[in-house]
Design a protein around this ligand. Structure first.
Ligand SMILES: C[S@@+](CC[C@H](N)C(=O)[O-])C[C@H]1O[C@@H](n2cnc3c(N)ncnc32)[C@H](O)[C@@H]1O
Length: 432
């Protein structure tokens, strides 16, 4: 059994876990965590789960003092004959304590172990829980002598003690986001983690690598340039040509993003082992996606299938196969302050029209059962209430069935930062 620590918007992580591991195996444990009936979770492929750990002990209602005693007792005995140096981080979630109290537990353990001749390096706690960057940078959870304890208190006061199996690689996310050559603040900046969540919401349950540790992207240690894999950036005609590496894509699901923009979803899908197909109204965006995918292939030394084409998603004809559709669609204009009622109505009507036409056009082109995950706009007013796209309540008429989650509702599937007017609402659908 695993405990998953959830990200900034916990409902998105819960939804993602339900899709990847099945609703029956996911149980909300606290506001920040869920337990999952599985042996292993690869957090690098789950955008909504910054850390996960194997549960080693469950305690009835306990305060930090009791938990601390248990931890010291258990690990001073377990490590009393440990050979070599131990690095330890302790992260406490859901306790009403400050960082110093967490640190104190580590110091007591360190002193006890010292008496047994065992050396322990304690990672300082700037907060009760170490953030993912600290955990990742210290490589805790990744080997027997580098341990992070995840100590989580449920809403009812029960406690889980788990040993982390690693934290999301925050540096890699930042570099994928910031180092890619083409970015466009106007088109938007879909965070790579949200792209991963969307991909999992569509095809998580179909992806074989979630229960294994290895992704099926082909790693090419010697790879510099694959003939035919990379298009000439100066020749715009290449943009409209496939640059498939014919023998590499067999058996991989192909994900279509019909509003691909700069290609964040395509990029993350590739790293998760899918082959990708992007289309966009804008020729410039197709070039941007192409340059970013070329960068990904070179910087990560991987080869993969991709296909990019300029096209209006309200009337495009897509090439088969399409195994899943994952897209951050047209979101309308950005707002820095809530728009007037009149302006809001105009934008809602415009977005609703484009997205409805797109869904109508897509429907006959995909097989029944094809998963679709879309980020669509929802507008937040000054009271924090949302204006939703009208098409959502009548989506069945367009030929799509909304996925029913067990632990969360559709209203929880909103991604936004505090100061944002235009939120992204995630629609998780299946073609009827
Ligand atoms: C919110 S952005 C998507 C950004 C993208 N997720 C990324 O990684 O950069 C929406 C995209 O939809 C494109 N677009 C707008 N209307 C379109 C249409 N009718 N058909 C296809 N693409 C369209 C825009 O050019 C823009 O690139």
């Amino acid at each position: 059994m695993i405990i998953a620590i959830l990200g900034r918007q916990p409902a998105l992580g819960i939804a993602e876990l339900e899709k990847v591991f099945s609703a029956q195996s996911v149980h909300i444990y606290s506001n920040q965590s869920a337990t999952v009936e599985t042996d292993y979770i690869d957090v690098q492929n789950l955008g909504g789960v910054p850390k996960a750990g194997i549960i080693i002990n469950e305690l009835p209602k306990s305060d930090w003092h009791k938990v601390s005693q248990k931890v010291v007792q258990h690990y001073s005995s377990k490590w009393s004959a440990f050979e070599g140096k131990i690095t330890l981080g302790i992260s406490a979630y859901g306790f009403d304590i400050d960082a110093r109290e967490v640190q104190k537990t580590g110091i007591i353990l360190k002193q006890k172990l010292k008496k047994s001749g065992v050396s322990l390096r304690l990672i300082p706690n700037p907060a009760p829980a170490l953030n993912s960057a600290i955990s990742h940078n210290n490589k805790i959870g990744l080997s027997p002598n580098k341990v992070e304890l995840l100590i989580v208190r449920s809403n009812d006061g029960e406690v889980i003690i788990a040993e982390s199996t690693g934290a999301q690689n925050i540096t890699a996310y930042a570099s994928r986001d910031q180092m890619r050559p083409k970015r466009d603040t106007f088109v938007g900046m879909l965070p790579p983690k949200l792209a991963q969540i969307m991909i999992n919401l569509a095809v998580g349950n179909l992806h074989p690598s979630h229960s294994a540790i290895v992704s099926n992207v082909t790693l090419e240690p010697e790879f510099n340039k694959v003939p035919g894999a990379l298009v000439d950036p100066e020749r715009s005609s290449d943009v409209k040509n496939s640059s498939l590496i014919s023998d590499q894509g067999q058996g991989r699901l192909r994900i279509l993003d019909p509003f691909c923009g700069t290609g964040v979803i395509l990029q993350e899908a590739v790293l998760m082992g899918y082959s990708v197909y992007g289309t966009d109204l804008s020729e410039k965006m197709i070039r941007y996606s192409r340059d970013n995918l070329n960068w990904l292939a070179n910087s990560h030394r991987i080869r993969f299938d991709w296909f990019l084409y300029e096209g209006d998603s309200t009337n495009a004809t897509w090439q088969q196969p399409i195994d899943a559709v994952v897209s951050e669609v047209y979101l309308g204009q950005p707002f820095s302050a809530p728009p007037s009622q009149e302006k809001l109505e105009e934008v809602v009507i415009n977005c609703n029209h484009i997205i409805t036409e797109f869904l109508k056009n897509l429907s006959p082109q995909i097989q029944p059962g094809t998963p679709v995950c879309l980020a669509v706009p929802a507008w937040r007013n000054t009271d924090g209430k949302f204006t939703h796209l009208p098409l959502i309540s009548t989506i069945a008429r367009l030929g799509y069935k909304p996925h029913e989650f067990t632990n969360i509702s559709q209203n929880d599937l909103l991604y936004y930062r505090e100061n944002q007017i235009v939120a992204r609402e995630l629609l998780v659908l299946t073609k009827c």
